[in-house]
Design a protein around this ligand. Structure first.
Ligand SMILES: NC(=O)c1ccc[n+]([C@@H]2O[C@H](COP(=O)([O-])OP(=O)(O)OC[C@H]3O[C@@H](n4cnc5c(N)ncnc54)[C@H](O)[C@@H]3O)[C@@H](O)[C@H]2O)c1
Length: 330
């Protein structure tokens, strides 16, 4: 991975803070930055849902720093920004079911934590760009496909509310303080370093694990639920390009996806071929708070960031399946 270079600038004189950098997407961003010689890469993470394993290979590098801390603490956020040029804010509690089980903690981390970082970055006055992880869940109950920025519905879960509030704050900071950030609305990101053993694990890690272990996966619903599953290298590309984009004159929020639509049943068929294991899924009840179909328009991100998804779903699924197969964590 990361054979393709998504930037033209020299990174050696640039410093980056990746919040949530021990998590799945954050640690992939770190991997890219380290690979291309970034001057400094600092991770702020409380390891509540991330894994030291994801960053342990970087720990001894002179250009890598790990801050074990919580975005709910404003002083920690402020200190983490000292000497930093670019921020990618990934720290949050993901998962719709988790937010339904514990909306208070999701709100504290995803809303108050976000506001802490946003305000600390604005106050620092020296940060060249803040990019943050927004979410396709913001489209909520809107049935329109593809999902186009500006045509959102109402949120369907506490998690979706928190991600919508992030966008609202970012928009208001842009209008009130003239402080402009970029939100990337991720559509079901998957790839190496996403843990299948987490109680709130996403569908692809869980299904891969079943196909490797030869056990039967359960589909919530009839399997016709569809998603614009997006391989993590595409998310890294978007973050790198958004952080380094020379200038913006207002808050921008944009879909980050492939622009494809794959059903869970289709995914199971692909996994049968990739794994060589002819396992059929069993079907369970639909999950609360889930949207039925999702597919993004990627026109906006393509035109603003010159983003192009280099890894389509099938290729990504092959890569991640191999990664899980070779991993001892299973
Ligand atoms: N993975 C997806 O498909 C997806 C889709 C839409 C949006 N997102 C968003 O992208 C971001 C990254 O998601 P991910 O899949 O890598 O999740 P992840 O859970 O693997 O990463 C999030 C990281 O944030 C850290 N964190 C949580 N609470 C914290 C706190 N209070 N202080 C400091 N660190 C804290 C966790 O320990 C973890 O390492 C999140 O904001 C998530 O909401 C992800």
């Amino acid at each position: 991975m990361y054979e393709i270079k998504y930037h033209t600038e020299d990174l050696a004189d640039k410093s980056f803070l990746i919040t949530g950098g021990a998590g799945f997407i954050g640690s992939n961003i770190v991997e890219y930055l380290i690979k291309y010689g970034a001057g400094k890469v600092r991770v702020l993470d409380n390891l509540s849902n991330g894994y030291f394993e994801n960053i342990k290979d970087f720990m001894d590098l002179p250009n890598f720093e790990f801050v074990l801390g919580d975005v709910r603490d404003y002083e920690t956020c402020k200190k983490s920004l000292v000497g930093i040029d670019y921020v990618s804010h990934q720290a949050a509690l993901g998962s719709v079911p988790r937010s339904i089980a514990d909306p208070i903690t999701s709100n504290e981390v995803n809303v108050s934590g976000f506001l802490n970082i946003l305000n600390a970055v604005k106050e620092a006055g020296t940060i060249k760009r803040m990019v943050y992880a927004a979410s396709s869940s913001t489209y909520g109950d809107s049935p329109a496909l593809p999902k186009v920025e500006g045509n959102e519905g109402n949120p369907l879960s506490p998690y979706a509310v928190t991600k919508l509030v992030n966008e609202l704050y970012a928009e208001v900071y842009s209008k009130v303080y003239g402080f402009h950030t970029i939100g990337l609305r991720y559509f079901n990101v998957f790839g190496p370093k996403q843990n299948p053993n987490n109680p709130y694990a996403a569908v692809i890690p869980i299904f891969c694990k079943h196909f490797i272990e030869g056990t039967q996966p359960t589909i919530n619903g009839d399997g016709l639920t569809s998603r614009d599953f997006t391989f993590v290298e595409n998310a890294v590309q978007a973050n790198i390009k958004a952080m380094l984009l020379p200038s913006i004159d207002k808050h921008e929020v944009m879909n980050m996806a492939c622009g494809d639509q794959v059903t869970l049943n289709e995914m199971i068929e692909m996994l049968k071929v990739i794994s060589g294991n002819q396992i059929n899924a069993e079907y369970g009840p639909e999950r609360k708070g889930d949207v039925r179909h999702s597919k993004a328009s990627i026109d906006k991100i393509s035109s603003i960031l010159n983003y192009e998804p280099k890894f389509r779903f099938h290729k990504g699924l092959e890569i991640v399946f191999d990664w899980y197969r070779n991993k001892m964590i299973l």
